[in-house]
Design a protein around this ligand. Structure first.
Ligand code: URA
Length: 216
């Protein structure tokens, strides 16, 4: 794990060897949709382990076969996972594996191909979103526009405790999201070199949605 300093102090690159290994395979253009889907889910599970490191725990008494033990359990803070459609869906099940009681909301935004600006077309969230810790997921943090807009939307609905989890980021996306929402912790597996003129992350992994759903 590597936490970048100064203006990126809330940005964490999770550089676990298992994540790095799986990320190398997922980047490969010859990796098909089935493997891409499985790997993205596995990486999301591994990242969730790190992202939830600060979850509150409380003492509980547990009767073992031998004696009463004072143990720690999650303090019951409620969680919501909010994928940005559609590629974010590929990370949900991986996180649910570790936090099965989390509720799942969905936010749909698409990029205008010419302006590269996000346009909202769908938003369905748990009713009590303002009471929940929210994990927004999208594998690609490219311009940062969709992530920043999704988080603005969540804040408008009352969410106050928000984290963003992605797979690959462009420096431009990290900067945009950090400036727009300095209170939001950002977790990614890699910060790549740049965005190209078409808004793709370089070297990145191509269009995550197309690769996930085999729509190319
Ligand atoms: N969205 C993707 O799926 N890939 C990119 O490289 C940028 C945005």
């Amino acid at each position: 794990m590597n936490t970048r300093e100064n203006e990126m102090s809330r940005v964490t690159e999770i550089k676990h060897p298992l994540i790095l290994h799986k990320l190398a395979i997922i980047r490969d253009k010859n990796t098909g949709s089935k493997d891409f889907r499985e790997l993205l889910e596995e990486i999301a599970t591994l990242m969730a382990y790190e992202v939830t490191r600060d979850m509150a725990v409380e003492d509980v008494q547990v009767e073992t076969p031998v004696a009463v033990a004072t143990c720690k359990m999650l303090a019951g803070k409620k969680l919501a996972i909010v994928p940005i459609l559609r590629a974010g869906m590929g990370m949900v099940d991986g996180i649910l594996k570790l936090i099965p009681a989390a509720k799942v909301g969905h936010i749909g935004l698409y990029r205008n191909e010419e302006t590269l600006q996000p346009v909202e077309y769908f938003c369905k969230l748990p009713k009590d979103i303002e009471e929940r810790e929210v994990i927004v997921v999208d594998p690609m943090l490219a311009t940062g526009g969709s992530a920043a807009d999704a988080i603005t939307l969540l804040k408008r609905r009352g969410a106050t405790n928000i984290k963003f989890v992605g797979l690959v980021a462009a420096p431009e996306g990290v900067a945009h999201l950090t400036n727009a929402h300095p209170d939001v912790d950002i977790y990614v597996a890699a910060i790549d070199e740049k965005l190209n003129e078409k808004g793709y992350i370089v070297p990145g992994l191509g269009d995550a949605g197309d690769r996930l759903f085999g729509t190319k």
